[in-house]
Every structure is written in C-alpha cells, then in structure tokens.
Ligand binder design. Structure first.
Ligand SMILES: *Cc1c(COP(=O)(O)O)cnc(C)c1O
Length: 377
C-alpha cells in the first residue's frame, strides 16, 4: 500500500492530459468499403500530412494489411519516411520534384513523382529516362498540374514522350463534395479531352468524395484520404464508413461554484450557483481549437456538457452542473471528439473542416492504437 499517497487522488496518475484513440480496424474497414465502391478501379490511400495527423507508420501498415498497394504522400520527406515503413508499396509524391537533388532522392527511394509542369518533367527525364511518373493535368483546380498548353506541347513532342514512362495521368476535382455542381462533369470532360493528346495510360481522378460521384469518375485508380480516416466525404452522402478517431481529456480538478462567478481568461462566461465545473488537461496546444470555447459540447457517457469560457493552452473547462454529483471524478475521461460528436459537427463548431481538425491533433497527446490491422505499429 502506498501510504505517501494524498487522500482523494486516483491511484493511477496519468502523465498526459489528453488521449487520442485510433481504431486501425475501422481504418482498414473504411479502406475495404471505398475499394469495393471503386472496383474494378484500384484503390490507393492518401497518407499525406502524417496520414491526416493519425500517424504515418501505423496507418500505412494497417492500410497495406487491408490490401492497399498504392500510396500518395505530399512531399519527398513523407515519401522517404513511408518507404522505410513499406518497402514494396508504390508511393506517389503529389508535390512533384522541386529540385534536381529532390529528384535524385526520389530515384534512390523508389518514389514516383507526380509531375506538375514541363520543367519538372524534363528534370525527371534527364535524371533517368524511362523511370515511371504520374502526369497531373490541371482541369479547373488551378493549384497544381500541367496546363492545357503544356499538355498540347508534350503531346506533340515525340522526343519528350520517348523518354517518359507514364504510370498514370491524373487530375483533381475542386467540387467533388458537391455532387450537384456542374464543375465536376466539366472537369471530367476537360480531362478526357486533354489526356487524348497523350499516349494511352491509366487514369486517376477521384478523391473520397469523387468515389461517390459514380463510375465515370473512378478511372483506374481512386485516391481517397478523409473517408479512410472516418470523415464524411460529402455532406448528406450516406456511406457506411466507421469512426476511426476519438479524443478525450482527463479531469484535473472539479470545482463547486457557490457564488456567482466567471470562467477562464477574459471572464467571457458567467455561472450562477449552484454549479459544478470540471477542468480538463487539454487545450489548444493539443489541437483542440481555441474558438470552441463557449461553443462546443463534450460528452460524459452519453450526456452532453458545454465547454465554457475560453479554451486555454493546456486546459479547458466544462460545466457539469447537469450531471449527478460524484459522476465525474478527477482522472476521469471526458470525450471531446467521436462517440456522439462527429468530426463534422466539431469541425463545424470551429468553422473549419474535418481535415484541419485531424491534422491539428497534437503530438503531446497520448496516442493509443487499437485493432489487429496494425498490431506491429
Ligand atoms: C488530398 C488529396 C486527395 C485526397 O482527398 P480527400 O478529400 O481527403 O479524399 C486526393 N488527391 C489529391 C491530389 C489530394 O491532394
């Protein structure tokens, strides 16, 4: 028996203020669901930005175990990191090659650049003719990819074409999450018109939302990201994707309010007695957006409680006056994301999207991976 323990403190003291759980079986199931929707097209996984913040190695291993062979990352460093995890996978680098040195490292790591301009194309061909690359054609996003003029120039240049091995031609949709927008069909039409100027090659068009737009958007390889991680690809579209991520804070302190009082920095919230407040050891430094103060709800069991006052760097406060006394104790968990709190709902409260919420989840949190799919993670 530990006699030095202070009375009233829990036996198990967690050193971390917040906990993220990542369900790798759900991730694998989401991959299989999207792959089935896209079949006979092959299904890649977009694992840029540390697999949308969830951990590149465990997420990629789970996806590979679910049958994924094609992976998209944003840049060279991510590609090299993924190569260490998956020696056999085909890895595409969306940002392309930014320098000759970058191209050399891609060759060394066996990465496939997504070529976004003729300058990138020439650099790649010069390094080692005949190494596979993806040609990205811009069809209306105006972010990355070759212009119509560049595609026409390339199509007429047999010398350049002879030095190329086109693994795939791709484009990216600007409005796939809004199926009613005519932009989608317009981009598809432009894509086919432009790629007809190039040698026949496999095609890739769809992100997660694009997978739901129908067969003509699938091409030969789809590229979902957010749907794998449990985000809804498009509002109102019903796809059976499972929740992957949940976020919890631990109660640091519970406070009985016996006189009218204000809460947190700036005293932006007032409470009338009798009230009970719980302070959780997780804040905006952990990726819980500061704008959620006085806006969001948290979950204790299945009961919603409001986040009151401003969110601090390392803590936030919930009003638990509606809960039975004693229901919540120091050390207990309060859920901030997942369960009844979908990524879309919480992101919406913060005026952002699921992508930004996920990629912002902090490294200071305790990350806990469950499921057989990445057991060796
Ligand atoms: C990020 C990205 C994707 C994945 O998009 P989701 O909306 O997350 O499915 C696909 N293709 C490209 C080019 C991307 O940049």
């Amino acid at each position: 028996m530990n006699t030095s323990q202070q009375p009233g403190l829990p036996e198990q003291a967690g050193g971390k203020g917040g906990l993220v759980t990542v369900d790798l079986d759900a991730l694998a199931a989401n991959y299989r669901t999207l792959a089935a929707l896209a079949a006979p097209a092959a299904c890649a996984a977009v694992v840029k930005a540390n697999a949308y913040g969830l951990g590149l190695a465990p997420a990629s291993r789970a996806l590979a175990a679910a049958g994924c062979r094609h992976f998209f990352v944003a840049n060279l460093d991510e590609g090299e990191a993924l190569r260490q995890v998956l020696p056999e996978a085909t890895i595409y680098v969306l940002n392309g090659i930014s320098s000759i040195a970058c191209g050399r490292r891609m060759l060394a790591a066996g990465l496939v650049p997504v070529i976004n301009s003729l300058a990138q194309l020439d650099a790649w061909s010069a390094l080692q003719p005949g190494k596979p690359c993806v040609l990205h054609i811009d069809t209306g996003m105006n972010r990355l990819g070759m212009s119509a003029a560049e595609v026409a120039m390339l199509g007429a240049d047999s010398g350049r074409l002879a030095r190329l091995q086109i693994a795939c031609v791709m484009t990216h949709l600007a409005c796939a999450d809004e199926p009613a927008r005519p932009d989608n069909a317009r981009q598809l039409e432009r894509f086919h018109a432009l790629r007809s100027k190039l040698p026949e090659a496999p095609t890739s068009i769809a992100n997660s939302a694009g997978v739901l737009l129908g067969d003509e958007f699938h091409g030969d390889l789809v590229r979902p990201g957010i749907g794998l991680y449990g985000g809804a690809p498009a509002p109102g579209r019903d796809v059976a994707l499972r929740e992957v991520v949940a976020l919890f804070g631990h109660v640091l302190q519970i406070r009985e309010v016996s006189a009218p009082a204000s809460v947190g920095y700036g005293a932006t919230w007032s409470v009338e007695p009798p009230a009970r407040l719980a302070t959780l050891g997780l804040g905006y430094a952990d990726g819980y957006p500061r704008v959620l103060g006085n806006v969001a709800s948290a979950l204790v069991g299945d009961q919603r409680v409001p986040v009151v006052g401003r969110v601090s760097m390392d803590s936030l406060i919930v009003d638990i006056s509606t809960l039975p006394e004693g229901m919540l104790q120091p050390g207990d968990r309060v859920q901030l994301l997942g369960g009844g709190l979908s990524l879309e709902e919480v992101a919406g409260w913060a005026g952002t999207i699921s992508y930004e919420l996920l990629t912002g989840l902090g490294r200071r949190l305790e990350w806990c991976y469950s499921g057989d799919s990445g057991a060796s993670a």
